[in-house]
Every structure is written in C-alpha cells, then in structure tokens.
Design a protein around this ligand. Structure first.
Ligand code: NOJ
Length: 765
C-alpha cells in the first residue's frame, strides 16, 4: 500500500513539474517564467481561487465562520491554501484533491498557528521573550519548523510581533512584550528559525509576520478594538519589529483586524502598499486575518463587494476564510472596481510562495509519514522544551534565599495550578495535547527525588466565578470549579501547610485567560486565589509563589505576602519539570521581564521608554507634577528586571570618548562580577537617551544587550560598541536621522538600574 502511494506521489510530482520543465530552474528568472506560463493557462476563476484561504473546521476556528464545501472548491480550483488541517494524513488527502483532481493541479499551501512549538509546546512567546536569548528563540522556532513540516505543514502564522504595552490585552501573551528593539531582535530570530536558509527544504516553514499593524495598541486593551496613533510613534515605537521581520525575509505578512488612521488595516493602501511594498520592499504575499475582509463591513466601509475590492486595491493578496475575494472579485472586475492586473499580481504572489516552498517540484515535499514518526514529539525535543522553559522564568523576589529549595524536608505544594495538566501549554497551542504535559506536582517528584516529602492540596479554584469560567472554558475545561466548597479546600490547604517546612503555591491565570479575545479589566490574580495566598501567608511559614500567567500581572499584594515569587508564564508541555528544575536549583533562573509589571491597573499603559512631560515626576513636590496621588509613577517591576539565585555587581563603567563624529564608534564598557553563591547568567542591558531633539525623545531606549554566563566569583568586562545607527530615530518628517548634541549611555541590570555616562555627537564626516 505504502509503495503504491509512493509511486503515485512520484508520478504526480513529475506531472506537476512537467507542466513546465523550467520549474526545475533555480533563481528568480526560472520562477518568473514558470509562473507566467502557468498563469497563461489559468482562467479568471482559477486566479481568484488562488487568493482563497479556507479552513475546513478541523482545527480551532477563531471566528464565527467556518468554510464549507471545501473538497468541491479544491477540485474546482477555487482554493489557494488551507489552514487548521492538522496531521499528515488529512493534509495529504487535501493535497491529493488539488494535484489530482483540479484542472491545473496547482498544489495547496498548508498553514497553521505554530506559535510556540508545534506538538512539543514550549513557553508562550511572552515567556520566550523573557529569556532575552536570541539563539534559544531561533532554535525553538527551528525545532517547531522541523516538527511542523514533518507533520505536513509548510506555513506558520507566526511570529506575532505586535508591540503591547497594555496587559489588559490578552494577546500580549503571543508577542515579545513592549520594546521595539528587543521585539525586532526576536522577530529576526524567529523568522530565521522558521525559514532557515532555504525555504524549499522540507524542514523549513514559511513565516507570516502578524498582525500588520499596530494590533497591540487596541484601545483599552480590548481585542479587535480601534487603534490611533501618530506616525512618529508608529515609526519609532511600533513598526520596528515588523520591519525587522520583513528584512529578515519573512515570506508572508498578515494584516490586522484594527483600523489605522480610520481605515482598517486589511483595506489600508498606505499600510499594505506604500509602507510595506514601496518603503520596505516586501516581496512576499499579504494574507488577511480571519474574515478581516468581511469585517470591514462592520467597520462601516461598505458591503462585501466594496470591502473586498478595497482590500485588493490596498494590496491584500489572500483572503482568510471570508471568501469575499472568491465571491465578488469577478463582478468587481466587470464593473471596473478592480483591475485584471491587481488580480494577476495577487495570484502571482501566492504562486511565487508555492514555488519558493518547492511545492511545484513536489507537492508532497512536506508530506512524509516516516518523518512524522521520527520527528514529532521526540524525547530529545521534549528535553529541549524543558530546558527552553527553564530559561524563560523570571525571579521577581527571593527573600532570605527561600529559593532554591532543599531536596529534603517537607514541602506543601498548594494551588489550583499545582497539579493541573489543562493549563500548562498556554494559549494558542492548537496542536499540543494538554494531557501529555507535566504538571508541577509530577515535576517536583521527578526532580526532588525520594529524600523530599511533597504534600499536595488544591487550596482554591482558579476562579469561583462560574460565568467567567464558562467564557474561559470555550476550548475545554481550563477553570475547573471544584465540587468542594472554597472553605473546605482552604481548610485542607492549611492542614497541608501545617505539616510542612515551606509552602510553594502555584497560582495565576488559566491558559485561556490570555490569548485571543481574552482581555481582562483586572490584571490581578483572581480573588479566589488571593484568599488562599493571604491565608497561607498568615501561617508564618516561608511562602514561595509560582505564578503562571499570560500577561504582566499587578502583584502588589502578593509581593508583600510572599518570600519569593517566580513568574513562569505558561511554559508548555514540560512546564512541571522545568518549574521543579528551577525551584530545586538545577537551573538558576535568568529571565528578565520584556514587559513592565505595574503596581495596579490604573498605571496602564506603563512602559519604560516613556517621555518626560514638561512636569516630570518629582519626589518631594507632588502638586502640579505628572504624578498620581495614590501610587508612585514607577512600576512594581520594571522592564528588564529579573533576579538570579546568585548576585551580580557592576563596576568600572566607562566610555572611551566624550565626543563622536558620524563615522566613528563609541565603546562603553563595564565589569560584571558574579559575587554570589551560584554560577549564573546575567543579561547586561544598554540604553541610550537622546537628551535634546527636534522632537521629544524617550528617557531611555534599549539599544543592545548581552546574556552572559559567569561562574561564582568570576568577573568579565563587557563592551558595547555604539555607532551612528544606534542614535537614529524617525523625526517629524519621518526621516531616519541622528541629530548632533548630547546623549546619555546607560548600562545596567534592568531599565531602572543603570550606570550613566554622557557624550556629544558632533557634526562632521
Ligand atoms: C485569528 C488570529 O488573529 C490570527 O492570529 C490567527 O493566525 C488566525 N486567526 C488563524 O488562526
């Protein structure tokens, strides 16, 4: 049977390649000729068909519409690609329909949301970003690509690079946090990881940069909401990660749901053509988000035909799920509302992507069951997922060195997330199997061994609110409201705590309390768990909090009550083992926050790279300054913050000159010493401030970082080289310039703890 399949697969490959022998030619001219020849044979309907991306509803739909008659449409040449089809068997069936039963046998492209790992899930992207480790992030994308392509996919809807400064927005979980520089580095690393050096290899995945653009700036943190900002802010603070991903060669871009300057991104010509294509030179294709073409009707842009024409005119090439292109473009062409060239251009972009992926040479390139067996969910990959996870945890507090835990005595492991498989993977883990994940209790037993006694009690529900739970539980139980009353659970927890030497409470958010359409107006740990934490603190035993979350939380109360706080995000299928590795000191935590943790929600939006105002906060004169009456301006934990079990000191900070001419470089150096009791890693951060500018400039901006490993007692001199590009910004006229004058260079352990030196940029060649 296998043999027959193989032969028929080979025959089809030959057939497709034989449509035009030049398909085997490499380089752009080979591709252009092949596609031109193919397009000569295509009818208008077939061209429009290539612009149609459907989901047969076998995955997780993220809107109310699910595609119908998919098989029939594939055979009729009315589908360009599919997503949400998981598994090589189903993908093969669908590809066979396209290459055996459609007239021109054009292969389909298969996409999916491979967001943080494929079946071997790693931490949510916000967690990955907290590693500040570009090699690790690139590697995790590479691993995801190998695994996903081994299961038939060739396209991922990742990376999400939306800058987010509002933790109410649930999708902050899917991005790299608040900073344009860090975000840009991560965007590049992920594109490189997914796409490798050759898209046509059977283990590389085409990236899709999303959500273009500004999706993370949704008003009030409510998903899909309006965004509105100045071009200066856009260019300097929100666009850099998208641009970096495009420059790294991302094959596709997804337009966002939100509007920009009053026009939804999906129909915004300035965005999709002037900026993306003309200014940035993007060569790939642009796909809409899920029904975002149709949704422009709700935005008030007209009926389906009007908005579909608007999108094509704007520069959109592929329509996800909504079928506005499929059902209206022919009519619009007849009525002169779109041109043949626009349809041809869009079709060409899709065909080019398929060509680059090697699908015309072999439509089954990514469909190889033997690879599925060898590459998916391997022991090695799980081992790496565990290591990756440990690198993302951020230690926010560690009084009296409560951590690491001793592998002896009795530990009370308490909390609704302590023995829970359903919430380990995190949001947007569509192909992961939560039941394969390791909960913390299991991990603690694995790592702690037989000399430590671990007692468990649930202690509280994630939330006692049944209506809230119902909304969170749309993809299955995430908030499991216990049959026992909260009082009974609390009683059990206190009895368990009473028998122990130390309490570890695993608390926080259910995985679907963040992610798409999961915005919150409170960013605290739910009240049911707060009651538990308060009661545990009252026992007087040392209290360690392990906080699982998909967003920055306001942990002000917890910070007062607990001895130690370790933020672990949602860490993927190896979460429990990784948490135990860190708690028991097998791995010394090294994560640093990529998004500010505020004191309370009222401070939001709060981010480190803010401007000064004319009346900056002044400690002793609160009236008529830019302050709050009730809390300081400073966050609870700043961007870049994170502790280690060891300690690092910074000394001998200096810069090598006080004046710099445009062609020159300045070197800043600092000595970092591990003066604590453990070997460990530190992320040394470089910030720059442009003190006087033609427009107002942020108080500091991240411009470099180095993650280093120092043995206990070891010192190392770290240097940063600063060139003219590090001083540039987009001015009022959106020109990318460095303005002569005074600058500050800051180096330190986080955005709020830096050494400072000044220099002048002087005019000259
Ligand atoms: C909607 C989401 O906004 C997007 O990120 C995702 O890739 C698509 N659905 C497809 O699942």
């Amino acid at each position: 049977m296998k043999k027959i399949l193989l032969i028929s697969t080979m025959l089809i490959s030959l057939l497709v390649a034989a449509q035009n022998p030049q398909s085997l030619k490499s380089g752009n001219s080979g591709m252009n000729t092949f596609i031109s020849n193919l397009m000569k044979k295509m009818t208008l309907e077939e061209k429009i068909g290539q612009l149609n991306l459907l989901t047969p509803g076998w995955g997780i739909p993220t809107g109310s519409v699910v595609s119908t008659d998919v098989e029939k449409k594939i055979k009729e040449g009315k589908v360009g690609g599919l997503f949400g089809v998981i598994g090589v068997v189903k993908i093969k069936q669908a590809q066979k329909l396209a290459v055996e039963q459609s007239r021109l046998k054009i292969p389909l492209i298969f996409g999916s949301d491979v967001i943080h790992g494929y079946k071997t899930t790693v931490p949510i992207p916000l967690g990955l970003s907290a590693s500040w480790d570009m090699k690790l992030i690139e590697h995790s994308a590479r691993e995801a690509a190998i695994e996903a392509t081994a299961d038939g996919l060739c396209w991922t809807f990742s990376p999400m690079v939306d800058i987010a400064r509002d933790p109410r927005w649930g999708r902050i979980a899917e991005g790299a946090g608040e900073d344009p520089y860090l975000g840009a580095q991560i965007a590049k690393a992920m594109v490189k990881g997914y796409q490798g050096d050759d898209l046509s290899k059977n283990n590389t995945l085409m990236a899709c940069v999303k959500h273009f653009a500004l999706y993370g700036a949704a008003e009030a943190g409510r998903d899909y909401n309006t965004t509105d900002m100045s071009r200066v802010r856009m260019y300097n603070e929100y666009l850099p990660p998208y641009k970096a991903a495009v420059e790294a060669g991302a094959g596709s871009v997804m337009s966002s749901f939100n509007e920009i300057d009053g026009i939804p991104a999906t129909g915004n010509k300035w965005l999709l053509t002037d900026l993306l294509r003309k200014q940035w030179g993007f060569k790939g294709f642009v796909v809409s988000d899920y029904t975002s073409v149709n949704e422009m009707t709700n935005h008030g842009m007209g009926d389906l035909q009007t908005v579909s024409a608007l999108a094509l005119n704007a520069g959109l090439n592929m329509d996800m799920v909504g079928e506005g292109f499929l059902n209206t473009l022919k009519k619009s062409l007849g009525e002169g509302k779109v041109t043949q060239k626009q349809i041809d251009d869009a079709c060409r972009r899709i065909l080019e992507a398929k060509y680059k992926l090697g699908l015309f040479d072999d439509p089954y390139r990514y469909i190889d069951e033997s690879r599925t067996l060898q590459e998916v969910l391997t022991t090695q990959r799980r081992k790496e997922a565990r290591e990756i996870a440990a690198h993302t945890f951020v230690l926010l507090k560690n009084n009296n060195q409560s951590l690491p835990l001793k592998k002896s005595g009795t530990i009370a492991l308490i909390g609704p997330l302590a023995n829970d498989k359903n919430n380990m993977l995190g949001t947007w883990a569509v192909s992961g199997d939560a039941q394969m994940s390791i909960p913390v209790l299991e991990g603690m037993k694995n790592v702690g061994g037989s000399s430590v006694n671990i007692l468990y009690a649930k202690g509280a529900n994630l939330s006692d609110d049944t209506l809230f739970a119902k909304k969170v539980n749309v993809f299955g139980t995430r908030i499991d409201i216990d049959k026992r009353s909260p009082d009974e659970m609390l009683k059990e927890a206190l009895e368990t705590a009473d028998k122990s030497d130390i309490i570890v409470a695993v608390v926080g958010e259910a995985s679907e309390m963040s992610g798409e359409a999961a915005s919150r107006t409170e960013i605290t740990i739910p009240e049911s768990q707060k009651k538990l934490i308060r009661a545990l603190a009252k026992t007087g035993k040392p209290l360690v909090l392990v906080v699982m979350t998909g967003r920055p939380l306001a942990l002000t109360e917890e910070n007062e009550l607990a001895a130690s706080i370790l933020v672990t995000w949602h860490a993927g299928m190896e979460a429990g083992n990784a948490v135990a590795d860190v708690l028991f000191g097998n791995y010394n935590p090294s994560g640093k926050l990529s998004a500010t943790f505020p004191r309370n929600l009222g401070q939001v939006p709060i981010y480190y790279n803010h401007k000064n105002t004319g009346r900056p906060s002044a400690p002793n004169s609160p009236k008529f300054q830019s302050n709050y009456l009730d809390v300081p301006n400073s966050p609870l934990f700043p961007f870049g913050y994170g502790l280690s079990y060891t300690s690092f000191s910074y000394s001998d900070f200096s810069i090598d000159k006080k004046e710099m001419k445009p062609g020159e470089k300045i070197t800043a150096s600092v000595t970092v010493t591990n003066d604590g009791n453990y070997d460990g890693e530190e992320t040394v951060q470089l910030y720059i401030r442009d003190v006087v500018g033609s427009i107002t400039r942020p108080l500091k901006e991240l411009k470099g970082f180095q993650k280093i490993y120092l043995q206990k007692g070891e010192s190392r001199k770290i240097t940063f080289t600063i060139g003219i590009d590090d001083l540039k910004f987009y001015n009022y006229n959106l020109q990318w310039v460095a303005e002569p004058g005074e600058f500050e260079i800051m180096v330190g352990a986080n955005s709020d703890n830096v050494n400072k030196e000044n220099f002048r940029l002087v005019p000259g060649k």
